[in-house]
Design a binder for this molecule. Structure first.
Ligand SMILES: NC(=O)c1ccc[n+]([C@@H]2O[C@H](COP(=O)([O-])OP(=O)(O)OC[C@H]3O[C@@H](n4cnc5c(N)ncnc54)[C@H](OP(=O)(O)O)[C@@H]3O)[C@@H](O)[C@H]2O)c1
Length: 314
């Protein structure tokens, strides 16, 4: 039980209000880490602390990763708590993201800016702020990418560009911090059962994309109303857990996937925090591994046709 072997270990996690961030905060807390849970709203902070029984070893910290004043205040709180409790900062998990889907021509430039601002520049700013504390503990930096950080899909220009940026940033940083015994790992999950894959994907199509001019949407979706129904059906299908290995195989052959639990990601994050030889990249889930293998085997154009254009063909 690595967390319990290191009772002085603390971690900072961004974006812990829901999904993978919330699951990771609860899991690492359960494993004995002191968790600084970066969160944007008090109500969400209350819900997270209530979910762990208001234990003093999970401290919500107001942290919008696009706000420098939040970042400065968070570092002060973390530093003071580490000193007061005799803890070391064993890790930083850059998890926060604000993802959007849609055709490049249709999405506004603001959407592209926002996604990079949160998912990439936010991670850079938080990392820079915590680096001195991490260095003094030979701590680890764990950056949340995705299989989208290695393969590109239709309607995923903003998300994939953000994740590709996280990958390059992580690779450069890994080389730079090695002299201090530090390590940087990249987490690359396939589809995970979180609000992002359920409500937000549907909301994106039903509300956000629908706000764009109909004639622009018509260029990409023959029938936008039908596309919404396809998205809803897609989310419903992948939300049903596979009934066993045969069902998994059938779904893979049919090009239908399934969602993995956020807990699977949390466990991998713990491995990246504690392993003697942490990997540079952790691909999570059968689908992510297969998609990545296909990307390596196929030419750009073949990948486009076989997977890139098909997976989200609404
Ligand atoms: N779900 C998947 O299938 C999947 C697959 C691969 C990778 N990922 C990655 O996993 C990470 C977590 O995603 P998720 O699926 O758990 O989605 P999620 O439930 O939507 O979580 C996103 C988190 O980021 C936070 N956030 C958004 N903007 C922020 C900002 N400006 N500052 C700080 N926090 C902010 C959100 O907080 P608010 O509630 O305040 O908005 C939320 O806590 C992301 O990096 C995502 O790209 C997810």
């Amino acid at each position: 039980m690595p967390g319990f072997d290191h009772p002085q270990d603390a971690v900072v996690i961004t974006g812990t209000s829901s999904g993978i961030g919330a699951a990771t905060a609860r899991y690492l807390h359960e494993r004995g880490y002191f968790v600084f849970a970066g969160i944007r709203q008090q109500q969400q902070a209350d819900a997270l602390t209530a979910s762990v029984g208001r234990d003093a070893n999970l401290l919500p910290v107001v942290l919008d990763v696009t706000r420098q004043d939040d970042i400065v205040r968070a570092t002060e709180i973390v530093q003071a708590t580490l000193s007061a409790r005799g803890l070391r900062l064993a890790g930083l998990v850059n998890n926060a993201a604000d993802e959007h889907l849609g055709p490049v021509e249709v999405l506004s430039l603001e959407v592209f800016r926002r996604e990079i601002e949160v998912g990439y520049l936010g991670a850079v700013a938080v990392t820079k702020a915590f680096l001195p504390m991490l260095r003094s503990a030979a701590g680890r930096i764990i950056n949340m990418s995705s299989v989208n950080g290695r393969c590109t899909f239709k309607y995923h220009a903003t998300t994939c560009a953000t994740k590709y940026a996280i990958e390059a940033f992580s690779d450069a940083l890994r080389m730079e911090v090695r002299p201090w015994g530090m390590h940087v790992s990249i987490i690359e999950p396939g589809p995970i059962d979180t609000p992002l894959m359920r409500e937000k994907l549907v909301e994106e199509f039903t509300r956000k994309l629908a706000e764009y001019p109909q004639d622009q949407l018509n260029l990409y979706f023959k029938d936008f109303a039908a596309a919404i129904q396809h998205v809803e059906a897609f989310v419903e299908r992948i939300s049903v857990p596979p009934r066993g290995p045969l069902d998994k195989l059938r779904r893979l052959i049919n090009g239908q996937g399934w969602l993995h639990s956020p807990l699977d990601v949390a466990r991998v994050i713990e491995q990246a925090l504690t392993s003697r030889r942490p990997k540079t990249r952790y691909l999570i889930g059968t689908q992510a591994k297969l998609i990545h293998a296909a990307r390596r085997l196929l030419s750009d154009r073949a990948f486009d046709r076989v997977l890139g254009e098909k997976v989200f063909d609404f």
